[in-house]
Structure formats: C-alpha cells, structure tokens
Design a protein around this ligand. Structure first.
Ligand code: GLN
Length: 244
C-alpha cells in the first residue's frame, strides 16, 4: 500500500561542468527517479565553481570524475568549501564521490605535473602510477548482498588509511591494482573508482544513499521496494561474464 509520503531530498551536484566524465550525471538521474517512483520529493541543485554552497540545505552530494587538468582547476576552489563540507560529512551528510571526485576526498593526488591538494575529508591519498587501470570491475561490498558492478579508468592509485574499503575486488583493479580493495566508506560517504552509470547498474547503492539521507533528515530511512528485475538482470549478467 502507498504510504502518505511527505519526505523530500535535495541533491547537490558539485561542478558538473568540470567533473562529469563518462556521464556521471546519470547517477543523479537515477537517484531522482528512484525517489520520484516512491513519491519522495527530489530536486537537484548544480553548483559551478564560483557558486556559494550551503551544505546545510543538501542531503546528498555528488562529486564526479574528472581529468587531472580539471581536478587541478577544481582543487583551487576546494579550500574555500573545505570547512563547511567537513562539517556536513562529520554530521552524517551523504556523499557519493566517483573517481576524480573520490581522489579529491583525500589529502592529495600526486601527479607528474604536480600535486593536487584534496579536501582532506577522508583519510586517503592518491599517487599517479605507471599506466592506467582500465576495464570492467566487480566488487563484493559488505554493505550489500549483491555484487557492485562498474567500469574503472584511472591513472591514480589510492591508499586508504582508517576508512573501510567500499568492497573487495572480484574482478578488476580497484584502489591501487594490488590491495584487492576498492573505494572507501567513511560515515555516510562512499568514494569509488566505479564510473557512471554506477547507480543505474547498482540499485542497492542508490537506495543505500537515499535511505541514509532520509534517515539523517527524518529519522526514517524506510524505502518501498521497487521492481528492479531489469537492473538485477544487468548486474547478474556482468557478474557472470567477469567472475563466474
Ligand atoms: N584523473 C584521475 C586519474 O586519472 C581521475 C580520472 C577519472 O576521474 N576517470 O586517476
């Protein structure tokens, strides 16, 4: 039965003009649609580099992927938002940060062209390695029963400190191509190398983000199940192709 739904969330998309490799924007469309299907209000606010960001008005923040050059441009702005962004994260604010955005969560990303200072929101750092780590990737995350599937393409190798990995690599490279770990989870932040469309292929990750945001805002993160048969089939196909 339909519940009398009054909950609503606001998604903040940071710097989509610079950090939007591989259609990371599709992740926003997915979050919005999964809310709307359930009658949960959802709106997205896009921020350009010089816009003021009021983190107290946001429930989910998306930081997408970008080239080293674009990350360098963004990093010059990060100092001015660092303190408010940190308060948001420490207060349980939900963040999904993908690839270049994931790297920017840490202290720095060292490249041959120089070091890109990060947001220092999560205990991690990245160094450019020899060659790029490119391909399909499958993980098992302790947050979900079903595997997380996606695509990665990064020159950086990320080393996480005290945070928990997002998942164990079943097929692919992950954080550094060696540790067998992928991504990071810290409070309600997920950082991952898995590019768009991460969320459409992994409805369990979308719903985790939405549920955490609703829980923080309303103390009620319950979600009506959706018919995910097509998404589950797509997920299973990738799992069987690369793991089984
Ligand atoms: N520029 C970063 C790297 O190559 C991130 C790339 C990306 O977001 N795909 O590691």
């Amino acid at each position: 039965m339909e519940r009398n739904e009054t909950r609503q969330i606001t998604i903040g998309h940071l710097y989509p003009d610079l950090l939007n490799l591989y259609g990371d924007r599709g992740n926003i469309a997915c979050l919005m649609q999964r809310c709307l299907w359930r009658g949960i209000g959802a709106q997205t606010v896009e921020f350009e580099l010089n816009d003021e960001i009021d983190f107290t008005k946001l429930d989910i923040v998306l930081l997408g992927g970008g080239s080293d050059r674009e990350q360098m441009i963004v990093c010059q702005k990060l100092k001015s938002i660092q303190s408010n962004f940190k308060d948001y994260v420490e207060d349980g604010g939900v963040v999904i940060a993908v690839c270049g955005g994931y790297q920017l969560l840490g202290t720095h990303y060292k490249t041959q062209e120089g070091t890109i200072e990060g947001l220092s929101l999560v205990d991690l750092y990245t160094e450019q390695g020899e060659g790029r780590l490119i391909g399909n990737i499958v993980l098992q995350s302790s947050l979900f029963e079903m595997p997380v599937v996606g695509f990665e393409n990064h020159g950086g190798r990320t080393y996480i400190g005290s945070g928990t990995p997002f998942g164990t690599v079943l097929s692919g490279y992950g954080n550094d191509g060696e540790s067998g770990c992928e991504g990071v989870v810290y409070k309600n932040v997920i950082g991952t190398y898995l590019h768009g469309p991460l969320l459409p292929k992994n409805p369990q990750v979308s719903d985790w983000l939405i549920a955490r945001a609703l829980e923080r805002k309303y103390g009620d993160g319950s979600l009506i199940p959706l018919d995910d048969s097509q998404e589950l089939e797509a997920n299973r196909y990738i799992f069987e192709r690369f793991v089984k």
